[in-house]
Design a protein around this ligand. Structure first.
Ligand SMILES: [Cu+2]
Length: 327
């Protein structure tokens, strides 16, 4: 009997350990607010742990009092003891603890929402992708899409806007989220500390493919970033674009340097250099380019691009090779 109970306990412990492992696995990785890689995220993670500790202490005390009342103190308290418990446990204690947590949270505000930055990036939320314009000081703006690159150690000011419905711009590893509202520009300042690849996402339900609206965030050493921005600013080479132009892709997409000046879809001037396709949903490979062009609606329900499933495969292959070469 005792042995059976022992085995049962071991099983329960194993199960709890498994569940914890699964839950904790969600605390690291490229899209975790607890795996902080930016100034604001560090403060937010700290705030989270302080709040969690405060909540744990209060929870333990309340459960402790309940257990005490149920198990040990079976007789009712005297009136004076009861009043004292209400005063200290019900009024003083929560006021002190909650005021402490509030003050701690408020002290972080100026750090969290400091205005201004050394680089400005405009981001417009679209259904279901991100339109980006880098505005380096004293140089012409650089238009891009769906992949945010940042110099490490630089304060970057994002100006956030939306074209259609409300979206929300969120890079958990770097900081808090900020709504993108049509007709209003919100500002978010982030400072990425650690070079690496992170992931951002739309954090406000915006339509059928809201869950398929993400983006990669590549934090680079400042020199590497400057070199990248230089490349990103350059036009695409002139040759090889006949199939792309001939099938009307240029009506919606811009490829700088050729006769493709559409602005309905993402700028594709350097699409081959991006890590993913379709706003962070598919790794950027030749197969996925072909898939995105021919089965667009299947890859992303509700997408604002027609599926080109009737194009001859040879033609699609030529277009995919062309886009893949735009680095
Ligand atoms: Cu969205």
């Amino acid at each position: 009997m005792a042995r059976k109970r022992y085995q049962h306990t071991v099983q329960v412990i194993r199960l709890v350990a498994l569940v914890q492992a699964v839950l904790l696995a969600g605390c690291s990785g490229p899209q975790s607010a607890l795996d902080a890689a930016g100034e604001e995220a560090v403060h937010l993670a700290e705030l989270f742990w302080v709040m969690l500790a405060g909540a744990a202490v209060i929870w333990a005390l309340v459960v402790g009092v309940a257990v005490f009342a149920g198990r040990f103190q079976k007789a009712p308290l005297g009136e004076r003891a009861g009043l004292r418990l209400i005063l200290w446990g019900g009024a003083v204690f929560p006021t002190v603890v909650l005021a402490g947590l509030l003050i701690h949270g408020l002290r972080l505000m100026p750090v969290l929402r400091a205005p201004g930055g050394d680089l400005r990036i405009d981001v417009v939320g679209e259904q279901f992708w991100w339109r980006l314009t880098y505005r380096p000081e004293g140089r012409p703006p650089v238009v891009s899409a769906n992949e945010v690159r940042l110099p490490a150690g630089t304060r970057v000011e994002f100006r956030l806007d939306a074209a259609d419905v409300i979206h929300s711009f969120w890079i958990p590893s770097l900081g808090g989220k900020m709504d993108m509202i049509p007709g209003r520009t919100n500002r978010l300042v982030l400072l990425a500390e650690k070079p690496g690849v992170y992931r951002g996402a739309c954090a406000e339900f915006c339509g059928t493919s809201h869950a398929l609206m993400a983006f990669d965030v590549v934090v680079m050493e400042p020199q590497a970033f400057a070199a990248w921005l230089e490349r990103e600013a350059a036009d695409a080479p002139a040759g090889g674009s006949e199939a792309f132009i001939g099938n009307g892709c240029g009506g919606c997409h811009t490829v700088r340097g050729i006769e493709a000046k559409g602005v309905i879809g993402p700028d594709l001037t350097h699409v081959g250099g991006r890590r993913s396709l379709g706003a962070g949903i598919l790794p950027n490979t030749r197969e996925n380019l072909i898939r995105f062009i021919t089965e667009t609606e299947a890859a992303k329900p509700g997408v604002r691009m027609p599926s080109f499933h009737a194009l001859p495969p040879a033609e699609v292959a030529v277009i995919a090779d062309y886009l893949g070469s735009l680095r």
